[in-house]
Design a protein. Structure first.
Length: 275
């Protein structure tokens, strides 16, 4: 046995996130790969392996085509890169909306095969009972209300929610029901600012805003949007870098050096030893 003691870092878990209600804001970003997860880990409380991976990494038009196997693969990668932050994996479209037993089996598989700390589901009347079913059986669940990307084909696009009276009431009730079913936190996406504040005040678990309100208990963005990897981003995204431009400039410099035979140079070439 090695005499060296490996440094241990305690990873945040669902109770830690739940305890942050009304306290220091919870910092969340998406992650899909080990290297990015490692870079984000020191700065984030929670890393979400979102089904947005289908659009961001795989070039799909929406999240509907994402599979359970894709989520497990990327969840495994993120867990290899992150040591401190809680890792939550989205359950993809079609994996939890049916029988609660099927949802539980899929969630248990995700947690067993990735080691993640929780799963996330897009909440709604048909899912609330499933959330409670999973929580009662040991699966920590994060909910998601407001703009629900997996419902894009029903909604006809990614549209802000909660501007009208009836829709506002429905979203508020969905958030309450999700929290009461046992979710340890609720993502609130793409809703009117006042509604996001009302939800935050109405439920006992933290709200994680995205296109919602600074008054939420935490915030999340798609990392690739925040880093400026796309030439278009939603209104609610603030770009903190221009990696699209940096990557383009780097590729252009490389191409120019290759064509001019400046790369590789002496520093990048192996030479035989004399004698």
């Amino acid at each position: 046995m090695s005499s060296h003691r490996q440094e241990t870092v305690r990873r945040l878990a669902a109770p830690d996130i739940a305890a942050r209600k009304g306290k220091e804001p919870i910092v969340c970003l998406t992650a899909y790969t080990a290297p990015v997860a490692e870079l984000l880990d020191d700065h984030c409380d929670l890393l979400l392996v979102g089904d947005s991976v289908g659009m961001v990494v795989h070039g799909l038009p929406n999240t509907v085509g994402v599979t359970l196997e894709m989520m497990i693969l990327h969840g495994q990668a993120v867990m290899r890169g992150a040591r401190k932050a809680m890792v939550v994996v989205d359950l993809p479209f079609g994996s939890y909306e049916g029988a609660p037993e099927e949802a539980y089996a899929n969630a248990a598989r995700v947690m067993k095969e990735t080691g993640a700390g929780a799963v996330k589901v897009e909440a709604g009347p048909a899912v609330v009972g499933t959330i409670q079913y999973m929580v009662d059986r040991g699966i920590p669940v994060m909910g998601h209300v407001g703009l629900r990307p997996q419902a894009v084909l029903v909604d006809g696009g990614f549209k802000a929610k909660g501007k009208a009276g009836e829709e506002r009431r429905r979203i508020l009730e969905e958030a309450r029901a999700t929290a009461e079913a046992g979710a340890f936190a609720v993502v609130v996406e793409g809703v009117a600012e006042g509604l996001a504040r009302e939800i935050t005040e109405a439920i006992a678990v933290p709200t994680i805003g995205i296109g919602a309100s600074a008054g939420c208990d935490g915030q999340i963005l798609v990392t690739d949007d925040m880093l400026g990897l796309f030439d278009w981003t939603p209104k609610f995204v603030r770009r903190y870098a221009d990696l699209r431009g940096e990557i383009s400039r780097a590729a252009a410099g490389y191409a120019e050096d290759v064509r001019a035979r400046r790369f590789p140079g002496p520093a990048e070439i192996y030479f035989a030893k004399a004698g």
